[in-house]
Ligand binder design. Structure first.
Ligand SMILES: Nc1nc2c(c(=O)[nH]1)N[C@H]1C(S)=C(S)[C@@H](COP(=O)(O)O)O[C@H]1N2
Ligand SMILES: [Mo]
Length: 210
């Protein structure tokens, strides 16, 4: 049976969860460190590293807010085993950023950077998924500070740590490098359907040497 398909259980249709996950009602707040204060005049979103034109691309908050708005339906699966299903995220699709600031041909991975140096690495193919979104809204409402306002990444097909809150930019990389949680024992790829929780589960080729 395919994964995000509903199944009958006691008469009610239950959405299916990845292995080992349980459904969370409501939306808990989970992160490491303090919630940053948003200062619009100092905020900018940058795309740097191996860009196609060799230049760094930046948007201030006003410019970023004027980018095309898209929506995506997606779940959050926390590696601590709760999942929040079926949220509607609004914001700027990663595909839009890739179009406006294309990567050089040799780019294989990206590092997504957030406030206080938090980071997470993704394969370019995961970042380029049509469901990967830099979200400003959930369910039509602006994100709250604890949930990542003014901007967070959502990658519905990977564990939620792969989506930094308070995101500030993307680095295009021609080789893989581990981000914050990936350096601290979490799986380099993080596919919840394959239960890729910890780095000791990595198969050869799934991550840089530890
Ligand atoms: N900047 C930052 N983003 C982060 C984290 C973090 O520690 N710092 N934790 C991640 C983890 S582990 C999860 S489960 C989700 C939780 O998002 P939520 O608090 O909106 O539910 O945020 C992710 N994004
Ligand atoms: Mo998490």
């Amino acid at each position: 049976m395919g994964h995000p398909v509903g199944s009958e259980s006691g008469g009610a249709v239950q959405p299916e969860l990845p292995p080992g996950q349980r459904l969370q009602r409501g939306w808990p707040v989970t992160h490491y460190g303090p919630v940053p204060k948003f200062r619009p005049e100092r905020w900018e979103f940058r795309v740097f590293g191996a860009t196609a034109d060799g230049e760094k691309h930046t948007w201030n908050h006003e410019e970023f807010s004027a980018l095309p708005y898209g929506t995506v339906e997606g779940d959050l699966h926390c590696v601590t085993k709760f999942s929040m299903l079926g949220a509607e995220w609004g914001g700027v699709c990663a595909a839009t950023i890739l179009e406006l600031a294309p990567p050089a041909p040799g780019v294989t991975h990206v590092m997504v950077w957030a406030e206080y140096g938090f980071s997470s690495n993704l394969r370019l193919t995961d970042f380029a998924s049509d469901r990967t979104i830099f979200a400003t809204h959930k369910g039509g409402e602006l994100l709250t500070a604890e949930h990542g306002f003014p901007l967070r990444l959502v990658v519905p097909h990977l564990y939620a740590w792969k989506g930094p809150k308070w995101v500030r930019g993307v680095e295009y990389m021609t080789a893989d490098r581990r981000g914050f949680w990936e350096e601290r024992g979490y799986h380099n790829v993080g596919d919840p359907w394959r239960e890729q929780r910890y780095s000791y589960q990595e198969e050869p080729g799934e991550g840089p040497e530890l």
